[in-house]
Write a protein that binds this ligand. Structure first.
Ligand SMILES: [Zn+2]
Length: 466
């Protein structure tokens, strides 16, 4: 099958050469073709060939430069010229027909956290971010059509290939081309109306591939406790084992490719029990429940994902409501310690990971409580996510606020934010927990039962009808 695909690819390239001087037919916006050849092993590398058609882009850049110094341009009569990558990009002479370059991450990058972008894996698998190795047009014109073909190793890119193994994408899909996995093994999570394709990019000592897929399935199912249905028909998850570690989710990230792509580092020696207690996979999956914010608003998106990471696991029954609130209270305390005397405005502007995530989670909790309060329990923060989900994959902070107000049926978002921003971070915490019947005392966290805890029970799913 692969040989057949390669033949098709070669004949396509030959056709491109033969018709190089012909004007591009109107209505055919195909302008770029990438042939990617992956070699695995001790020194993995990606050989990339970009087939240029007349009238197509000539200014290219790496979204994350540093991995390639020289791009080789081939001209119609076979002349080859080296183009130095400067300021992350190259300008290609209009007569060039092909660009070729090699991306080979340095060994020191492999197997380490930062290598999640620049390349990591073992002899049979390789993980890299598209932004590190794919040269993309500096300016993407609307309608620019791009094809990618991968050979040498089975690939898991954010996009689904056609039957012939060719990826048809839009030029804008290359702006953030997500995470890419090569080699390794695959498993598939089928949900009611969605699939999650999982690549396991390395060896695991205690886990079967089915365990890994079960872990990802559980995370995906938990997203459905927040959204009516899994938010995308198909997403991809790359799981990269890290030698010498037995924790489950060591680190995870969503890239806002279209559709979004997720990668998670997992300890190579992790056990099934460790997977059961993991929060990283569901946290990353929960990012799919909100739109990508442009420009980014990390305190809000991380706050939403952090808030729901605890509630979704309680709603699914993976952890008790008691445990969920203990985790939330402990997280808020860590965030407050990290924020010190700073206001929310200061944390939002210059915050560290701990204070930003947990301050955002506190705001998400407050927003949810207020939405439920003003609507007498008929509306909730999930309705905002549902409404934004219908509007598209991206949004803005302003549109988020508009959606909150629409769900509330009254102005709410700006005034709540204005209340938090100038005050010391976490100043609202005690009052909010008190209103929910969540108390922290010498015996730890206690939850008020009965009517006093009704709102809290509605949040964590103990009484989802409320
Ligand atoms: Zn996150």
């Amino acid at each position: 099958m692969r040989a057949f695909i390669l033949l098709v690819a070669l004949s396509w390239m030959a056709g491109a050469c033969a018709t190089a001087r012909a004007p591009r037919p109107p209505g055919d916006p195909a302008a770029l073709r990438y042939n990617i050849s992956c070699s695995l092993g001790a020194a993995p590398a990606l050989e990339v060939e970009v087939v240029l058609l007349p009238g197509g882009p000539r200014d290219f850049l790496f979204s994350q430069p540093g991995g390639v110094d020289t791009v080789w341009a081939t001209f119609e009569h076979g002349d080859v010229r080296a183009l130095r990558v400067t300021a992350g990009g190259v300008h290609v002479p209009s007569a060039a027909r092909f660009l070729r370059y090699r991306y080979a991450p340095e060994p020191r990058h492999r197997g380490q956290g930062p290598g999640l972008f620049t390349g990591m894996g073992d002899e049979g698998a390789f993980h890299v971010a598209g932004r590190a190795y794919l040269l993309r047009p500096r300016v993407v014109t609307p309608g620019l059509r791009v094809e990618l073909f991968v050979e040498g190793a089975e690939a898991l890119l954010p996009w689904a290939p056609s039957d012939g193994g060719l990826y048809h994408v839009r030029g804008e899909d290359l702006v953030d081309s997500g995470f890419h996995g090569f080699g390794g093994r695959r498993c598939l999570v089928r949900l009611e109306a969605a699939t999650v394709e999982v690549a396991i990019l390395g060896q695991l000592t205690h886990l079967r591939d089915a365990d890994v897929c079960g872990w990802i399935r559980q995370a995906a199912v938990e997203v459905a406790t927040v959204r009516h249905a899994f938010p995308y028909p198909r997403v991809t998850v790359r799981v990269v084992p890290v030698p010498g570690d037995s924790d489950a989710g060591l680190f995870g990230m969503v890239l806002w490719s279209s559709p979004p792509s997720i990668s998670i580092l997992v300890g190579q020696d992790a056990s099934r029990e460790a997977l059961g207690g993991d929060w990283v996979a569901v946290h990353e999956m929960l990012h799919l429940a909100h739109p990508a914010m442009l420009p980014h608003v990390p305190w809000l998106t991380e706050g939403l994902a952090t808030y729901y990471t605890e509630l979704a696991r309680a709603r699914s029954g993976r952890q008790t409501a008691q445990r969920a609130w203990e985790e939330l209270v402990a997280g808020f305390e860590r965030g407050r310690e990290s924020a010190g005397t700073r206001t929310m405005a200061e944390v939002v502007a210059h915050g560290d990971y701990m204070s930003t995530y947990w301050l955002g989670a506190l705001f998400a909790l407050h927003l949810d409580v207020e939405l439920r309060r003003v609507s007498h329990g008929t509306r909730r923060l999930e309705d905002v996510l549902e409404s934004l989900g219908r509007q598209g994959q991206t949004s803005t902070l302003g549109a988020f606020g508009v959606a909150v107000d629409a769900v509330a049926g009254q102005p709410l978002f700006d005034s709540l934010l204005a209340r938090h921003l100038p005050r010391p971070a976490f100043a609202e915490l005690e009052g909010l927990l008190e209103s929910l019947g969540v108390r922290q005392g010498p015996q730890g966290v206690t939850l008020a039962p009965g009517p006093a805890g009704a709102m809290r029970q509605a949040l964590d799913g103990e009484r989802p009808d409320l």
